[in-house]
Design a protein around this ligand. Structure first.
Ligand code: ARG
Length: 581
């Protein structure tokens, strides 16, 4: 379904063309925006101001000529008015809006616009094997999953990639350490966990910094691993397997699907990639290392900052694997859009990777898009980087279980009569929804403060507030006990009350909203939209009686559409809904 914004844009553009035949085509495109104040209208066209210069007419005269040339606008709008210096305000007619919402209810995409299908690679979550997982990985997982869900809903072909850090010098240390202290694990006699691996990794790092002999062994172990020594490979695989299980537990809890394709996947391509970049003349030797210097990239001291694609000892690194990854995503995966979700700290790295890929002639910006989706830190209540009470970095899994526990306490208090099983189920949904929503509802570039207390509130812009609006609609339907299928088949939607119209218009904007999130990759826009939807529904419910009135059927239909869009929107955010609470 086309959005109302597009519909009016087309009508205005056509009107401009027919009113001012002398105008060049590129200038005839109309600009439309939703109005910021509903009392003046629902949409606004500002093109008369821009056009007045080249037409040498006053903006209000231009605006009037556009209005006179509008075709079939009476069916769509109840009012079209010129305001201020020459804005045109459009007020959608309730009858048209009612009809549009009926169509939207029948549309499987609920009014969203399906554009040309794209192949989109989303690299997200991407923790490092055996290293400490931090809340940043949780953010990447939640944000990345949400973007994938949106793209999938819009019909794109999405490849969800977990670019785990499964290669590199950390394995040298860890294997050397485990050879000393965890031989039974290495030999397969004893089982272990991600938690133990992380502990050993920490200890190994400490020993590496203090003990030269350990350092030497670790470096030899890295060489052995890179040359494919079977014993080292076996140890590496074991460590990866244990970590993988730990990660999977988190993904299962969060309901996140992702396919592992870690750094090691690109090993066989690294040499060729470096060679190709050399042949293209992009590589400069600097202190013995192979570097790519790119215009405009400087370090803190203002010195040119290169990508280093091969170290002086011949080893490859993070820059090399990411060059190989972008190459692979362009030429093998044939992506139309590549997105990597990591903290803001890596934004410069990806800008450089994309700039180098462009310079190499791989990345053609006219044909495809490569983007870095950055995000800020998670802060504790003290305003510092989030830590547990004991001062350790919080384990992700504990953080999630913590949310479920907190939700349970609140539910037990609010619903003392509810059976234990129901509380368990609700606590899991609400705890996880709350964590996800608290993250997604913040503008991702900014830091945000993690607080169970705040995220589990029943009022304000929280998951529970939205879930509650959904529960309320389920409750209304249960109470009236209407057969929704029949109601929808037998009745018409007729919006009349201002609260109905305001809610209806917001519902009809779902497509516009998703379109903007698809472009700008800001999930908080969707969160804000849903919050506003819940508020508008509550206002409608307060102002308009449903049960037993002559408008009962129409208002049930409006509630039904609200429920569906609420549920769909929450699903895109990765939130589960509940029917009672
Ligand atoms: N493993 C990295 C980290 O924990 C994130 C990887 C992101 N993806 C990539 N292609 N570099 O910071």
């Amino acid at each position: 379904m086309q959005t109302l914004l597009h519909l009016l844009q087309r009508k205005c553009s056509d009107a401009i063309v027919s009113a001012f035949e002398q105008l060049p085509k590129e200038e005839a495109r109309a600009e439309l925006t939703p109005s910021s104040q509903e009392e003046f209208g629902h949409y606004q066209c500002n093109s008369a101001l821009r056009l007045s210069k080249s037409l040498k007419l006053s903006p209000r005269v231009v605006a009037q000529k556009i209005i006179d040339a509008l075709d079939g606008i009476k069916d769509v709008c109840a009012k079209v008015e010129i305001a201020g210096p020459g804005f045109i305000n459009f007020t959608i007619a309730p009858s048209f809006l009612s009809h549009e919402l009926e169509r939207q209810l029948k549309d499987p995409l609920l009014g969203a616009v399906r554009e040309e299908k794209q192949r989109i690679v989303v690299d997200f979550s991407s923790p490092n094997i055996a290293k400490e997982l931090h809340v940043g990985h949780l953010r990447s997982t939640i944000i990345g999953d949400c973007l994938c869900r949106l793209f999938e809903f819009l019909g794109h072909d999405v490849l969800r990639l977990n670019h785990v850090g499964d290669w590199g010098t950390q394995f040298g240390m860890l294997i050397t350490y485990m050879k000393q202290f965890a031989l039974d694990v290495l030999s397969g006699k004893e089982k272990t966990s991600l938690e133990s691996l992380m502990g050993w990794y920490r200890a190994a790092k400490k020993q590496f910094d203090e003990d030269p002999a350990f350092q030497k062994h670790s470096k030899m172990e890295v060489v052995a691993l890179q040359s494919g020594n079977p014993e080292s490979m076996k140890a590496w695989k074991l460590i990866c397997d244990v970590s993988r299980k730990g990660f999977q537990e988190i993904y299962d809890l969060l309901g996140v699907r992702i396919q592992e394709r870690g750094e090691s996947f690109y090993n066989p391509m690294l040499k060729t990639v470096v060679k190709e970049l050399e042949e293209k003349g992009l590589v400069t030797i600097s202190d013995g290392a192979k570097c790519i210097f790119l215009e405009g990239f400087k370090n803190r001291e203002g010195m040119p900052l290169p990508l280093m694609i091969q170290k002086s000892d011949g080893g490859f690194n993070y820059d090399t694997t990411d060059m190989a990854a972008i190459w692979h995503r362009i030429f093998v995966e044939k992506a139309d859009r590549v997105i990597v979700v990591t903290d803001n700290g890596q934004s410069l790295h990806f800008q450089m990777i994309y700039a180098a890929a462009e310079k190499a002639g791989w990345l053609d910006k006219n044909r495809m898009k490569a983007e870095h989706v950055g995000f800020g830190l998670v802060l504790g209540m003290d305003g510092k980087k989030f830590k547990t009470r004991s001062g350790d970095t919080e384990k992700l899994i504990d953080l999630i279980y913590g949310g479920i526990e907190e939700a349970k306490k609140i539910l037990q208090e609010k619903m003392p009569e509810a059976p234990k099983k129901e509380i368990e189920h609700l606590a899991k949904v609400i705890g996880i929804d709350a964590i996800k929503y608290a993250d997604l509802s913040c503008q991702r570039i900014k830091d945000y403060t993690f607080s169970y207390e705040r995220m589990l509130r029943f009022e304000g812009n929280t998951a529970v507030f939205l879930l509650y609006a959904y529960v309320r609609i389920s409750g209304i339907k249960r109470k009236i006990d209407a057969d929704m299928k029949q109601v929808l088949a037998m009745n018409r939607l007729e919006l009349a009350h201002p609260s109905e119209i305001s809610l209806g218009l917001h519902l009809r904007r779902f497509g516009e909203l998703l379109e903007s999130v698809e472009k700008e990759l800001l999930p908080n826009r969707l969160a804000d939209y849903l919050y506003e939807l819940a508020e508008k529904f509550n206002a409608f419910y307060r102002d308009c009686r449903i049960e037993g009135t002559s408008e009962e059927a129409s208002r049930l239909i409006l509630s039904e559409l609200t429920a569906r869009i609420l549920k769909q929107g929450l699903e895109i955010l990765g939130l589960e809904t509940i029917d009672r609470m």
